[in-house]
Design a protein around this ligand. Structure first.
Ligand SMILES: [Zn+2]
Length: 428
């Protein structure tokens, strides 16, 4: 027997069961009765599959002072996340060609504490790079429909979007899109949060999502909407999915757990914005009925001075929220209050994102899967202190918040995190 760990509450695809997890060569070789007297006994502390976060901005190389592979992946491990997929922008160069992907991998090599995969990028002029990026193992390519915030990663216009999806349809690739309509966004009339919120409406998101749906429908290509914030978008997505359009979508902890009414400063700035409390109900309903495939962090940090914390100005502050280490307790706090279970949370934060990315050995506790595991005490609590997090910059919108659920220990392929691997699309 090689039972690594056992718990009375192992969250498996078949339910929450009292089991021991038998690990051989980093894989789950068997699930045995809890009553076996082998392995670390967690008792009532739950055992979850390692979470899969398919939306992380690591920013290295080039903006390594914003975040880096070592700090981000250590924060991930501390937060119960054993797989991250890195976004193509904010690092320099952006991941828009195969040589640039190689530069990024070289920067990451030897530094990653958990497993890391990569998204490519679709920008004006790199149509010919999309297939080579796909063949090099990226999980898909990301595009923006409105300005991304960095000059080296321009948005696609309507024609560029169509051409990208036509190209991706040829090899059944995947486009992931930041969906805010540039013609509906307006310039904020002042520096306050309400003026920022008014400049980026639900309508801007819904229009851009409708554009992506229309082109996905027309081309037959597979598309995905990142970080849905607008509750109004859920019905639009649901209808398109029912009609057979190949469209999926995600949301993030900050849209589900924070509200515009609670914004106390520019640590809360992100695009699309955190909306009014009532908006969250539609997002939770979209998760409950499967319209949204899951919850990912959109961890997008920057140095504290770029957040302008001392003189809050929502026009000039960098947009992005740091939460890689906090997603699980933030979501568990709100999900449990709304009557959802740990199984729901695992479906949204582990299995759903893994299936979306085609990572069939991740995000599930079942025989044959990687032994990526998290000991999670759902009843314990803590108060967020940004300086205690492994994130490179101690800024987070969750500062001072009381959260429920504590990650006690994380395993990557049966071992302590530390030796992550590069993941490529389709590999097991
Ligand atoms: Zn992002």
């Amino acid at each position: 027997m090689t039972v690594l760990v056992r718990s009375r509450r192992v969250v498996t695809p078949e339910g929450v069961l009292p089991l021991g997890v038998d690990v051989v060569d980093g894989r789950i070789a068997g699930l045995v009765p809890y009553t076996t007297h082998e392995g670390l006994d967690l008792g009532d502390v739950a055992l979850l599959p390692g979470l899969v976060d398919t939306h992380v901005h690591i920013n290295e190389p080039g903006r390594t002072h914003w975040e880096g592979f070592a700090t981000a992946t250590r924060a991930a491990a501390a937060g119960g996340v054993t797989t991250v997929v890195d976004m193509p922008l904010n690092s320099l160069p952006p991941t828009t060609t195969v040589p640039n992907l190689e530069i990024k991998k070289k920067a990451a090599y030897g530094q990653i504490a958990v497993d890391v995969g990569f998204w490519g990028g679709a920008i004006p002029g790199n149509l010919g790079d999309l297939r080579p990026l796909w063949d090099a193992g990226v999980f898909g390519v990301k595009c923006f429909l409105s300005p991304s915030g960095v000059d080296e990663f321009p948005a696609l216009d309507a024609n560029g979007l169509t051409r990208a999806l036509q190209e991706l349809a040829r090899f059944d690739g995947l486009l992931i899109a930041h969906a805010e309509d540039p013609w509906t966004l307006t310039e904020p009339t002042g520096p306050s949060y309400s003026e920022f919120l008014d400049s980026r409406t639900q309508e801007a998101e819904v229009r851009a999502i409708e554009t992506v749906i229309a082109v996905a429908r027309e081309t037959g290509a597979r598309a995905h909407i990142v970080h849905v914030s607008a509750g109004d978008a859920i019905a639009v997505l649901r209808e398109a999915q029912a009609q057979g359009v190949r469209i999926t979508a995600e949301t993030c902890p900050h849209y589900l757990t924070l509200s515009a009414e609670e914004v106390t400063g520019t640590a809360f700035k992100c695009c699309p914005p955190i909306r009014e409390a009532a908006n969250r109900d539609a997002l939770w309903a979209g998760l409950a009925d499967g319209t949204l495939m899951g919850i990912v962090s959109d961890h997008s940090p920057c140095p504290a001075d770029m957040k302008g914390l001392d003189s809050p100005d929502f026009v000039t502050a960098w947009g992005g929220i740091s939460s890689l280490q906090l997603g699980l307790p933030a979501i568990w706090t709100e999900a449990s209050a709304r009557g959802f279970s740990l199984e729901d949370v695992v479906r949204w934060m582990a299995r759903g994102p893994a299936d979306f990315a085609g990572l069939s050995s991740k995000g599930r506790i079942e025989v044959g899967a990687d032994a990526d595991l998290v000991a999670f005490d759902p009843e314990a609590g803590f108060v967020v202190e940004a300086g205690d997090l492994a994130h490179k910059n101690p800024v987070t919108a969750y500062q001072g918040r009381s959260l429920k659920g504590v990650v006690q220990q994380t395993w990557l392929r049966g071992d302590a995190p530390g030796h992550g691997r590069f993941l490529t699309r389709g590999a097991r």
